[in-house]
Design a protein around this ligand. Structure first.
Ligand SMILES: NC(=O)c1ccc[n+]([C@@H]2O[C@H](COP(=O)([O-])OP(=O)(O)OC[C@H]3O[C@@H](n4cnc5c(N)ncnc54)[C@H](OP(=O)(O)O)[C@@H]3O)[C@@H](O)[C@H]2O)c1
Length: 302
């Protein structure tokens, strides 16, 4: 009798364990080299152009050029003051037959100073961008009523103004949970500072359980810090080994480590160089070498 009960308990434990693994696998974002399928069902390109600090005219030019050389993900924010320029670059590329609207993935963000009127902020962004919908809208950073802002993003999805929603600058599972616990639509993306010196793997694996993906900002440390990252001895050594630039090695690491990444640039040579990373692969040993560079050190503190 005892033996039978014991066997039943063992079976139940095994069944639970395997179904938990299967359930977890189902919610993990499907990751390909160039696209990830978000928990919203939409596909997001994994390498995009960041546009922080670009003015409207520069943003227009850079976005157009980036789309021309193959980028399909563009990152902007109301705070950057360049949504109009980004929108113009996108419209120009569509008019010239470079890509269709459906093929282009546009991210914008709700700015902290508009957190008391988030529904209007969504409409304003669409107007600035001259678009009917954005592919991804993020809360730019935690704030006094960010949970209400998240509810506005959910209304935006239901109204067809936004396809996927997420959060930015939430660095711990606890930060993520605060939004997840009030969410009716799970965050699809967490956009955070993330680079070779700040590899927040803990958050990445935590949010993956909910099908969310981490998108890296400051892959090169941000303006003013790039020399520190590009002159890292390991990165330089790998650049030589693969006959690629330090920037390309770093971007390749982000892609293979399972991140979406959005290097910023106002330089056409850099924009083209940063997209030329799909013809090589870092070995597992070299991925581990870069993993070992982590210092848990951010460049910013917001
Ligand atoms: N959610 C947030 O709070 C947040 C915060 C910061 C950034 N972001 C987003 O993340 C994006 C990336 O961050 P970021 O642009 O600030 O910093 P970044 O991508 O780490 O670095 C940009 C710097 O790298 C240089 N660069 C780019 N490609 C290069 C190459 N191949 N060789 C040499 N230098 C190169 C750029 O100069 P050139 O212009 O001369 O190429 C610029 O000085 C932003 O543009 C923005 O869209 C989001």
């Amino acid at each position: 009798m005892f033996k039978k009960i014991f066997m039943l308990i063992i079976c139940a434990v095994f069944v639970n364990f395997f179904s938990a693994c299967a359930a977890q696998k189902e919610t993990q974002p499907e990751m390909k080299n160039d696209f990830v399928t978000l928990n919203s069902g939409y596909k997001m390109p994994r390498l995009g152009l960041g546009t922080w600090t670009l003015d409207d005219d520069t943003a227009e030019d850079c976005v157009y050029y980036a789309l021309k050389v193959g980028y399909r993900l563009i990152d902007t924010a109301r705070y950057y003051g360049n949504e109009v320029g980004v929108g113009r670059g996108v419209q120009r590329a569509i008019a010239d037959g470079i890509a269709t609207r459906e093929e282009i993935f546009i991210t914008s963000k709700i700015m902290p100073s508009t957190y008391n009127s988030p529904d209007k902020a969504i409409d304003d962004s669409l107007k600035n961008l001259n678009l009917d919908y954005v592919d991804l809208m993020l809360i730019h950073q935690p704030g006094y009523n960010d949970e209400e802002v998240y509810k506005a993003l959910e209304r935006g999805v239901r109204a067809g103004k936004i396809r996927s929603i997420g959060i930015s600058n939430y660095y711990t599972p606890h930060d993520f949970d605060r939004i997840k616990n009030i969410a009716e639509i799970m965050p699809a993306v967490v956009q955070n500072e993330n680079h070779i010196y700040y590899q927040n793997e803990n958050l990445q694996s935590y949010v993956a359980k909910y099908g969310a993906v981490v998108e890296s900002w400051y892959p090169f440390g941000g303006r003013g810090n790039t020399r520190k990252i590009f002159s890292d001895a390991t990165i330089k050594q790998l650049a030589q080994k693969y006959s690629k630039s330090p920037a390309q090695i770093i971007l390749r690491w982000h892609l293979q480590a399972g991140y979406v990444v959005i290097p910023g640039s106002a330089n056409k040579n850099h924009i083209a160089e940063n997209f030329d990373v799909f013809d090589f692969e870092l070995t597992a040993d070299d991925m581990n070498l870069i993993r070992g560079l982590n210092k848990n050190r951010r460049f910013e503190n917001w």
